[in-house]
Design a protein around this ligand. Structure first.
Ligand code: AMP
Ligand code: GLY
Length: 453
């Protein structure tokens, strides 16, 4: 890696990350921090914080031709895709055709995320444990499934049932309904386009509601072999005590208490290996980062969903613990040689607390000046704490402005989860803008409040 020039100096390798959120900032930060070779980093389109460690290129993530042109003319060695949209749209297939190296699943493999009906049928075909479900092809069919009483306790319209749009919906396509009436309203809202864009709800899934603790298991995969990341938990609701609407994620943690070894082994055996094997058997070997969202139910772990990319903000909490060379890991994914390396993580715990704009996930204002970041950046030799930028831009005067719903992810590692959280919240106090909101209970999960913190 890293070719030698005539003078014997190692030439920098160039990496391009596609996306503009906290996840992409964390990937770039980890690339830079762990690389064994000099790297020149680029990000399309990036954000204010990212522009401090990578050259931000104003190309939209949907403009495949310009991304390919950029990668080709700038001699990009490796491109890494952050969000799901370009994966579902076949960006990896397009880069492959152009002979350019890119990390991420192709369009066929991305269906594990881009179509929930495809993912559920895939799980059924391969005996992977998941909630019972039915796929409806119209609102009328979905309503008739609900009224048929297969889901929820028979004869009890007050039992919970889950309604989901089939397609990508940025987290807004899932309604965990408390009663049949609520589920019927969800079907109507999904099919009328009130909740999700375009044709995401052409098919509607009705699912058995699972109960238990949620956990996210992410892994690197090269089509055949895989390497697990530390399991994570996130907080989806905007408000403390899990109140208010769902968001992209208000915080995440990694810690030994998230998942015991026995359950993780069971997840590997019953879910991860059959998923990778099933994908290979069906002709779409999975290369990239796979994110499995699971519910730990009384009957064992069951898959809630697949994501075919790093999660946000799970990635921030996970990558601060990475000790191996991330660029090297990505290269083995592309080359199919992941088995030849070992991926190491620090033994610490970690936490990420998201700071969001007032009003998020509904309407919010942007362009608001953020105070306090410069002082924190001045202490950036503190390796255990980092502020990842999600939605920021840089003002003419050089200060940071808010530019999105989720704005910052204050992330720390610690000997214990409590240490990591204390460091996060101490830092959060130094940051302020008009309308800033965050959850004060990250890391405290309802059923395990006393145990975790
Ligand atoms: P998904 O995008 O499918 O993971 O759904 C988003 C969130 O909805 C999950 O993280 C769970 O909190 C919840 N959820 C999804 N499916 C179910 C289910 N079958 N039972 C209970 N909760 C669910
Ligand atoms: N935090 C969940 C996701 O990235 O989809």
């Amino acid at each position: 890696m890293g070719s030698l020039t005539a003078g014997g100096h190692k030439q920098a390798m160039r990496a391009l990350v596609i996306g503009s959120g906290g996840r992409e900032h964390a990937i770039l930060w980890a690339l830079k921090r762990t690389s064994r070779v000099p790297l020149e980093l680029y990000c399309a389109p990036g954000n204010g914080g990212i522009s401090q460690l990578a050259e931000c290129v104003p190309i939209s993530i949907g403009d495949h031709a310009s991304l390919i042109e950029f990668a080709r003319t700038r001699d990009i060695e490796l491109t890494i895709v952050g969000p799901e949209g370009p994966l579902a749209d076949g960006l990896v297939d397009d880069f492959d055709r152009a002979g350019l190296k890119i990390v991420g699943p192709n369009r066929a493999a991305s269906r594990l995320e881009s179509s929930k009906a495809f993912a559920k049928d895939f799980m059924r075909r391969h005996g992977i444990p998941t909630a019972d479900y039915s796929v409806a092809h119209s609102a009328a069919e979905a309503l008739s499934v609900l009224r048929g009483g297969r889901f929820g306790s028979p004869g009890s319209p007050e039992s919970p049932v889950v309604v989901k749009a089939d397609g990508l919906a940025a987290g807004k396509g899932v309604v965990v309904a408390g009663s049949r009436g609520e589920a019927e309203r969800a079907v109507e809202d999904l099919s009328s386009g009130a909740l999700v864009p375009g044709d995401a709800a052409k098919q509607i899934l009705i699912e058995e509601a699972l109960e238990g603790r949620e956990v996210s298991v992410l892994l690197f995969a090269d089509g055949r072999h895989y390497a697990l990341m530390p399991p994570a938990r996130d907080h989806k609701r905007v408000g403390e005590d899990d109140t208010g609407p769902n968001t992209g994620g208000m915080g995440a943690v990694t810690d030994a208490s998230v998942l015991d070894k026995e359950t993780l082994d069971r997840i590997v055996r019953e879910v991860i290996e059959p998923t990778l094997e099933g994908a290979r058997l069906e002709g779409f070997p999975f290369r990239g980062v796979l994110f499995v969202g699971l519910m730990l139910t009384a009957a064992g772990p069951k898959v809630l969903e697949y994501n075919v990319r790093f999660g946000d903000p799970e990635t921030q909490a996970i990558l601060v613990r990475l000790e191996s060379d991330l660029f090297g890991i990505f290269q083995t994914i592309v080359d199919g040689t992941l088995r030849s390396i070992s991926v190491e993580w620090s033994r610490h715990s970690s936490a990420c607390v998201v700071l969001a704009s007032g009003g998020y996930p509904g309407d919010y204002s942007t362009g608001v000046s953020i105070e306090g970041l410069e002082d924190i950046a001045a202490n950036d030799n503190e390796p255990r704490l980092h502020v990842f930028h999600a939605g920021t831009s840089i003002s003419d005067g050089g200060g940071f402005l808010t530019a999105g719903g989720r704005v910052l992810g204050v992330t720390a590692t610690g000997e214990t989860l409590k240490n990591a959280l204390d460091d996060c919240y101490r830092t959060v106090k130094e940051i302020a803008w008009d309308g800033m909101q965050y959850r004060r209970d990250i890391g405290q999960f309802k059923e395990s409040k006393e145990k975790v913190v």
